[in-house]
Ligand binder design. Structure first.
Ligand SMILES: Cc1cc2nc3c(=O)[nH]c(=O)nc-3n(C[C@H](O)[C@H](O)[C@H](O)COP(=O)(O)OP(=O)(O)OC[C@H]3O[C@@H](n4cnc5c(N)ncnc54)[C@H](O)[C@@H]3O)c2cc1C
Length: 399
């Protein structure tokens, strides 16, 4: 028997559930379909298990897209305060960690429970552990039903079909490229995809130089393509991680150099000069370890300073050249870490194909794309969930 519904949403993550809530509240019949056993898998693993559910400063400026204006409309209509109001209404304790980032005090499960409870109140029905076999457009007639979706739990006909299947990151919890396949099937263009917010793998040469620093973390300023982030960097066995590096990986394209200021608050050349003037006789490496972790200071001295003379024996020219490396250590990563660790997929359904107000495909009436599957990718810090909520709400208001 074919089930008929007004709205069928593929993907019960943050975007899909928010869309279901808004559409259900308008009195629309909604079915949410997901191949996973449980809804909101990414929410559960987000923010170290505490879900950084929004950012107070969210604006279109923190999103990467081929059309930087696309996200404006949806973000303006469902704001961080709107989501925080929901969090407060559900009695969930939360706090700001830093830089406007809002986290649950308890567990990310509370955000999933909030969404499930709102979906229930809105009358949305879930079909979990269900796979889609095919999607066909129904002939345009008087009949408002536009799509026939055959699934492992039977056939469903719907007026509006919403694609909220997310991106490719973390395949082991069920991420697939299904949304991109649907876009292709309907002739919609895609922007090239890449794993992002995942950090860098160093070149083989750099890995042999810096691999020994694994586990070492330090405050830094990192720059790629003119974007600058001030946060911690963490050396790993094969590369660099930590929040500053994750941010940089979102803006990085193969071959781009990455520049790190190891001492962002200090004119380190002036600092060495002042030590020189006061007659300090320490060797440079020991002096530098007053400013940087000892292992880091030692490695940079070995690589870029060569010997370990006392400060009075070092010329200003040599000192200046070394300080330039410390202020602008530049390397070209081999690649980013990849989808097994990435928080997001950059790229996706080309925004030129969608209405920025409703997220409906311009070429296919009744077909919507929301959340991460769209070419709108947020920085680290709660911005990706804010896009999931906002794009879900925008579609939910019209489907
Ligand atoms: C480790 C990690 C931590 C993160 N932390 C944060 C954070 O703290 N703050 C933040 O803002 N963002 C964070 N993100 C990013 C954020 O989780 C995503 O951007 C967001 O979940 C995207 O929402 P979505 O609804 O578009 O897609 P998803 O949440 O990925 O939901 C897609 C749903 O579609 C289902 N699906 C996929 N393919 C199919 C298919 N073929 N058939 C049926 N169903 C399918 C999936 O099972 C899933 O339930 C994190 C991501 C990761 C991986």
């Amino acid at each position: 028997m074919t089930v008929k519904t007004q709205v069928l949403i593929l993907g019960a993550g943050g975007a899909g559930m928010m869309c279901a809530i808004q559409a259900g509240k308008r009195g629309r019949n909604v079915i949410l379909l997901d191949h996973a056993k449980k809804v909101g898998g990414k929410i559960l693993i987000s923010g170290g298990g505490r879900c950084n559910f929004t950012n107070l400063g969210a604006s279109p400026n923190q999103y990467v897209s081929q059309n930087p204006h696309f996200a404006k409309s949806a973000l303006a209509r469902f704001t961080p305060s709107d989501f925080i109001e929901l969090v407060q209404n559900h009695g969930i304790a939360y706090h700001e960690k830093k830089l406007g980032q809002q986290f649950c005090d308890g567990s990310a499960q509370q955000i999933v429970d909030l969404l499930l409870s709102e979906c229930k109140s809105a009358g949305a029905e879930f079909k979990l552990e269900t796979r889609v076999n095919s999607i066909e457009q129904l002939p345009e007639e008087e009949n408002p039903l536009r799509f026939l979706v055959t699934t492992t739990s039977g056939a469903i006909e719907c007026e509006s079909l919403v694609i909220a299947t997310g991106g490719l990151s973390i395949p082991k919890i069920g991420a697939t490229g299904f949304g991109y396949e649907i876009a292709k099937k309907f002739g919609l263009a895609l922007v090239e995809r890449a794993a992002a917010l995942d950090g860098f793998v160093l070149s083989t040469e750099d890995e042999s130089r810096f691999g020994g620093l694994a586990g070492l973390s330090f405050d830094s300023k990192i720059e790629v393509r003119g974007k600058v982030f001030r946060e911690a960097i963490l050396f790993t066995h094969a590369g660099l991680s930590g929040p500053a590096t994750l941010q940089a990986s979102l803006h990085w394209y193969p071959g781009d150099p990455v520049t790190v200021d190891l001492l962002p608050d200090l004119d380190v050349f002036e600092w060495f000069l002042s030590k020189k003037k006061t007659g300090n006789k320490s060797i440079v490496r020991n002096l530098l370890s007053e400013l940087l972790p000892a292992r880091l200071s030692e490695r940079f001295c070995e690589l870029y300073f060569k010997d370990s003379r006392p400060l009075p024996d070092v010329s200003e020219k040599e000192l200046r050249a070394f300080c330039e490396v410390l202020k602008a250590w530049t390397f070209v990563p081999k690649e980013t870490v990849g989808y097994s660790k990435a928080e997001v997929t950059r790229g996706g359904v080309d925004t030129n194909e969608l209405s920025s107000k409703t997220l409906e495909a311009k070429k296919v009436a009744g077909l919507y794309f929301i959340g991460e599957v769209v070419d709108v990718t947020g920085w680290l810090g709660g911005y990706n969930f804010q896009w999931a909520w906002a794009s879900g709400a925008a579609a939910g208001a019209v489907v």
